[in-house]
Design a protein around this ligand. Structure first.
Ligand code: PDD
Length: 285
């Protein structure tokens, strides 16, 4: 079934959804994006995603294409026009259309805004029951990974290489041997009931799911230690997991072929997933 998408002010069938070849996101990866999950037709963590979008735009001195109320209305319209019950909404802002030049185009160049839906199961996934296998790879991305840009070539390459090695995803490792994050998710280990994840910095994306899981968990008395960990520590952990808008909290059961803990999804991970689903659904808009 053809989807209805949103392209620069208009709702159009996907076959008619077109942008210029001079769009800077196309030529220079000069764009930022957000992915928001939809469950039961409602948006999960929407204010968080919009706050991060604003921050990404600000860091890159890009124009804000629409305010939060307008963006919420567009998201809701897409949910409604596509009868989307469960899946994702992808939003991308580009610096706009301009003749190819390394200089940013003049102030006042209208930003591009596109959104589309992806219907897919989020709540019930085989990966959650089974747990993911991850393979470590050097983190060869740029140094501002806190900005959610559309420069996704390296994460895409890393995930593809991980698949070729028989894993489900890549965990990226910095020059000091510490895990930064997954190809498109934040990474965690659990050791002696303590949950550990890298502290926020320019080295990793400030996950919206990460922030929500941490705050819901704190209310349940589960605290997180924000400190980097190595692949050796991950192999020696009791449990490991990832978070993202689309994966929520998903267990990791092996790292570079070595089982983590029992090699099965662990209890702390399962509990955090339950807490996240319960609490985020209550707040869905
Ligand atoms: N990815 N780290 C990276 C590099 C990511 O691309 C993502 C999200 C995350 C998790 O962020 P959040 O919890 O806000 O989704 C961490 C999205 C889902 C994607 O690219 O599809």
């Amino acid at each position: 079934m053809s989807r209805i998408t949103y392209v620069n002010g208009a709702f159009v069938p996907e076959e008619e959804a077109k942008v210029s070849i001079f769009d800077r996101a196309f030529l220079m990866a000069d764009g930022v994006y957000e992915v928001t999950t939809v469950i039961g037709g409602k948006l999960i963590d929407f204010p968080g995603h919009m706050a991060r979008l604003k921050r990404s735009l600000g860091e890159l001195r890009m124009a804000v294409p629409a305010d939060e109320a307008e963006l919420l209305a567009i998201h809701r319209e897409l949910v409604s026009r596509n009868a989307l019950n469960e899946g994702l909404i992808y939003l991308q802002v580009s610096r706009g259309v301009a003749d190819r030049d390394f200089l940013f185009p003049p102030e006042g160049t209208p930003p591009g805004l596109v959104l589309f839906t992806q219907a897919l199961p989020v709540l019930h996934r085989e990966s959650v029951r089974r747990g993911l296998k991850v393979a470590s790879m050097p983190d060869l991305r740029w140094a501002r990974r806190d900005i959610k840009t559309v420069q996704l070539l390296y994460p895409s390459l890393a995930k593809t290489e991980a698949k070729a090695k028989g894993a489900d995803d890549a965990w990226l490792v910095d020059d000091q041997g510490f895990v930064t994050e997954g190809s498109s998710n934040n990474a965690y280990i659990v050791k002696d009931d303590k949950v550990r994840t890298r502290e926020l910095s320019h080295s990793l994306l400030h996950g919206i799911t990460r922030a929500a899981v941490m705050s819901f968990a704190a209310a349940e008395g589960i605290s997180f230690e924000e400190r980097p960990f190595t692949i050796a520590e991950a192999k020696d952990a009791d449990e490991a997991f990832i978070t993202s808008a689309s994966a929520f909290v998903t267990p990791v059961v092996s790292v570079d072929g070595a089982p983590v803990g029992t090699g099965e999804p662990g209890p702390v991970t399962k509990r955090l997933r339950e807490i996240y689903i319960t609490e985020s659904l209550k707040r869905a808009v």
